[in-house]
Design a protein around this ligand. Structure first.
Ligand code: NAP
Length: 471
């Protein structure tokens, strides 16, 4: 893997952007900022490459993705170190992310050759219904900073499998991983023009310009609900296909018959993976009254024992936020929560010194505390006491978000009843993490539109065509 090669291969406007290590504020590398002309050229090359790539065989595209999976796996340690440095997350989380990211290439290498159509006689017998699928066309992929590898491969994998060409716009906090992935795809045999990366700053005007270009047919966005809403409005001008993977505010429900060891282990993963900067992060803990105090104490003990240190430090359990700005947002949310009556069990104080660090924090609070209405995106666990399953369900569903929910119970039938009542695209039962490239990832309500991964993922990049014919 050569990040230098990837960065210099990228077109330059002359202006440079410094990518910063959030654990100490040092510059890792300066990358070129894409100009309007670079963005136009990216659309041009994606459009020029599309017809031949769309016509290439599914097997050939599958083989490219398989090669990309093998390269990423072989270079996983270098990728993980890069992710950890530019994002701040601990190396263990970065390694897990890279393995997850590579799996999207493997999964979609297998999906490329399994797109099924339909062939059947119409009910009244007057024709045959033939349904086939075709790549939607040039796709703009916009990714966030919290999973710089996996959010890119989760989009590029299905796009290549489907035969689309893409323009990738990564978050400017973490573009180095994306540049390295684009370099890797070239080495895996992906033809020129199929995957082009742009790094404009600011993002808004450049993205609007690309969305106005009639050659762009599809927008796949992962990021905040606020920016997603804005992009949906823009996409409506040209009725562009959109997939939206947006914010979350995940409830974590612990019923009174839950195994407490299992629930605390699950909470540690669901809350602290990526330092809490995950759309799937448990954000609101609803715990049954008989076990709420013990759960909160045990969670506080485990969280306060974590070593907070730069992500590459041996034994680090909690790394830095991606930036000082993100760190300050977390601190403000906690301060406002405490001012509104939350009881602080551990954490809650921003440390002195360099780096965007915020400690693991546990709060006990009332159900109307303002922090429960926000996506915290940091290592903060607000715990609310509940008195029944139905109360937990009602509180969990009282949110504009609906990405994922967690349920812990000793009885499967009870947990399934709760799971069926929850308004979210995904439910984890007695598990702290369920993301899987082979499963559909996505949300209800303002957490998004469409699904990534699983059997659904490739269809975000395919149009279906019905042909009616007498045969
Ligand atoms: P963000 O601020 O919405 O940014 C996401 C991407 O959009 C970045 O590439 C950003 O570019 C770009 N962007 C920002 N403003 C834009 C605009 N006006 N027009 C076009 N593009 C624009 O989100 P973030 O802070 O990076 O990521 C955190 C959010 O992502 C959280 O809400 C999280 O829940 C969500 N997320 C969701 C999922 C999911 O699958 N549902 C997964 C991961 C994260 P710049 O960096 O250049 O500003």
């Amino acid at each position: 893997m050569s990040i230098d090669t990837a960065a210099t291969a990228h077109k330059a406007s002359g202006e440079l952007h410094a990518v910063v290590d959030p654990s100490d504020g040092s510059t890792i590398e300066q990358i070129p900022v894409s100009s309007e002309a670079d963005c136009d050229a990216a659309v041009e090359s994606a459009a020029a490459a599309f017809p031949a790539f769309a016509a290439s065989s599914p097997r050939a595209r599958g083989e490219m993705l398989r090669k990309a999976y093998e390269l990423m796996t072989a270079e996983s340690e270098q990728f993980a170190r890069l992710v950890s440095r530019e994002n701040g997350k601990i190396l263990a989380d970065a390694r897990a992310e890279v393995a997850y990211a590579a799996e999207f290439f493997r999964w979609f290498s297998e999906e490329a050759v399994r797109v099924a159509g339909d062939f059947r006689l119409a009910p009244n017998g007057d024709k045959t219904i033939v349904v086939t699928h075709e790549p939607v066309g040039v796709s703009l992929l916009i990714t966030p900073w919290n999973f710089p590898a996996a959010m890119a491969t989760r989009k590029i994998g299905p796009a290549i499998a489907a035969g689309c060409t893409v323009i990738l716009k990564p978050a400017m906090e973490t573009p180095l991983t994306a540049l390295a992935i684009v370099d890797l795809l070239a080495r895996a045999g992906v033809p020129d023009g199929v995957v082009t990366i742009v790094t404009p700053s600011p993002a808004g005007p450049a993205v609007s310009r690309m969305l106005r270009d009639s050659r762009v047919r599809n927008l796949s966005f992962t990021g905040s609900t606020e920016v997603g809403r804005l992009l949906l409005k823009q996409a409506s001008d040209r009725v562009i296909r959109t997939s939206m993977e947006l914010g979350g505010n995940a409830p974590f429900i612990v019923l009174d018959d839950a195994d407490l060891d299992e629930a605390v282990d699950g909470a540690m993963v669901a809350k602290l993976r990526n330092g809490g900067a995950a759309c799937t992060a448990a954000n609101r803990f609803y715990v049954s009254r008989p076990i709420a105090a013990e759960f909160s104490e045990r969670l506080s003990e485990r969280m306060s024992a974590l070593l907070m240190a730069p992500g590459l430090t041996e034994g680090a359990g909690l790394g830095a936020s991606v930036s000082m700005g993100e760190r300050d947002k977390i601190a403000e949310l906690v301060d406002a929560s405490v001012a509104a009556g939350a009881q602080l069990l551990t954490g809650g104080a921003t440390p002195d010194g360099p780096g965007a660090f915020y400690p693991a924090t546990v709060l006990r609070l009332d159900r109307d505390n303002p922090i429960l209405a926000q996506e915290i995106f940091g290592p903060v666990a607000p715990v609310v006491t509940v008195d029944s399953d139905d109360e937990a369900i009602a509180l969990a569903n009282a949110s504009e978000f609906g990405l994922i929910s967690y349920v812990f119970s000793g009885q499967l039938a009870r947990a399934m009843r709760v799971a069926r009542s929850l308004e979210s695209g995904m439910v984890a039962i007695n598990k702290g993490v369920i993301s899987d490239p082979a499963a559909p990832f996505g949300g209800y309500k303002q957490s998004g539109l469409g699904r990534e991964g699983g059997f659904a993922g490739i269809h975000e990049f395919l149009e279906s065509k019905y042909i009616g014919v007498d045969i």
